[in-house]
Design a binder for this molecule. Sequence first.
Ligand code: DX5
Ligand code: ZN
Length: 211
Amino acid sequence: MRDIKIAPSLLAADWGQLAAEIKRVEQADLLHLDVMDGHFVPNISFGPNFVKTVRRLSKLPLSVHLMITKPYDFIQAFVEAGADELSFHVEAEGDHWRTISAIREAGLKAGIALSPATGVESIAELIPILDFVLVMTVSPGFGGQAFIPEMLDKIKRLRAAAGDLPIAVDGGVTPELLRPLAEAGVDIAVAGSAIFQEEEIDWQRWRLNCE
Ligand code: DX5
Ligand code: ZN
């Protein structure tokens, strides 16, 4: 069975003790940072300065998930902030070929995110130049929502269409879902509330299920 990398989403962390929260997840594989502009999604989170702070506090790769209307305009700011990966939505504005190319030319991994209502065929032409795909398993904008089970089938279809391209899932992920997600072809699981709401994070639960 394929192993799944775990990416804690800092949206669910207690920002009042950010350094301690980041320390609590240092065994993870990468950190996920949700950038929301109050326009693409009905919520505002944080921007490049927050990413820069996290960069100082962690050695893990930083995967920045842009839920913003104009991703191209902000690539440089997140490059300078120290991001290692940048994903943006296929539903966002711009020439996605150009945006992906610019992210990769800056030396970062480029990913495209699909909201639940968006079909897999929307990214068909982009697959050859992508480093990963982020399948949203909740509607983007808020942490703590329930996983949408219909997305498992979509992930299987994406796996069939995307060859070896890494697939990440984001939204409502719990340890119990890791096995079905691995079976569907997922490589990376983003998890916010299910990780940070635990007083003592039981990493075995996030690892054993997919052995
Ligand atoms: C939702 C964000 C997710 C979210 C995940 O818009 O993209 O990354 O923080 O949080 P949970 O795991 O609580 O659904
Ligand atoms: Zn996210």
